[in-house]
Write a protein that binds this ligand. Structure first.
Ligand code: 13P
Length: 249
């Protein structure tokens, strides 16, 4: 049985005081039954304050990006060890906004995954097709290439620890959610691909989140699908009440 995982991607929102308040509100009200994992991923500047605000709660900390090198002269970049020492357990890698606006490729994401694993961070690896790609009927080949590229040379035991977030680009921040059937179809495809690339055991272990306009009113239906193991939430994670409603769903 895969443990559910709901993560909030705060993107480029929240100052330090705002982030502290939001994190404290989530930590105070988060269900303590341990049935699923709850992760918040604030901007880098808020990691330390949020780590403090969620201390002693069930909520875990994640970052939104990192560099693949261990350290060095890379102005403006953040290393895996820095995230780890700030209290992060998770790191989102290859988000479509990173791919779209900052030129991230599967090869770069693959290097980041390897570095994150070396540093003891759990990557949340994002994949997903654009609207044009979906209309052209190439969703599976696009997502398949992303999974193959991101997972290149990652061994089976390490692959098992990865979380994949399927985020159709056309559903991100648009208010248009994939139907639960559309999402399940791609999640099932990804799981079948993992079985082909690795084994049935890896496929059944890897958790696959859905992301893209997941809200309190559509979360339960999406999360009821057999291959949807959680959510990666953008807009609705910026409000403690709506984020926790999704966690409860
Ligand atoms: P929204 O929930 O705002 O659509 O964002 C989804 C997302 O990109 C999470 O990483």
């Amino acid at each position: 049985m895969r443990k559910r995982i709901v993560a909030g991607n705060w993107k480029m929102y929240k100052t330090v005081p705002e982030a502290t308040e939001l994190a404290a509100a989530i930590a105070a009200a988060a269900p303590k039954d341990g049935a699923g994992e709850i992760v918040v991923c604030p901007p880098f500047t808020n990691l330390t304050a949020v780590a403090e605000a969620i201390k002693g709660s069930v909520v875990r900390l994640g970052a939104q990006n990192m560099h693949w090198e261990e350290k060095g002269a890379f102005t403006g970049e953040i290393a895996a060890d820095m995230l780890k020492s700030a209290g992060c357990q998770y790191v989102i890698l290859g988000h479509s906004e990173r791919r779209q606006y900052f030129g991230e490729t599967d090869a770069m994401v693959n290097k980041k995954i390897k570095r994150a694993l070396t540093a003891g961070l759990n990557p949340i690896v994002c994949v997903g097709e654009t609207l044009d790609q979906r209309k052209a009927g190439i969703t599976e080949s696009v997502v398949g290439d992303q999974v193959r590229g991101c997972f290149a040379d990652i061994g089976a035991e390490q692959a098992k620890t990865l979380v994949i977030a399927y985020e159709p680009v056309w559903a991100i921040g648009t208010g248009v959610t994939a139907t639960s059937e559309q999402a399940q179809e791609v999640h099932h495809f990804i799981r079948a691909l993992l079985a082909e690339l690795y084994s049935e055991s890896v496929a059944q272990t890897v958790r696959i989140q859905y992301g893209g306009s997941m809200k309190p009113d559509n979360a339960a239906q999406l999360l009821a699908q057999p291959d949807i193991d959680g959510g990666l939430i953008g807009g609705a994670s910026l409000d403690a009440k709506s984020f926790l409603q999704i966690v409860t769903a």
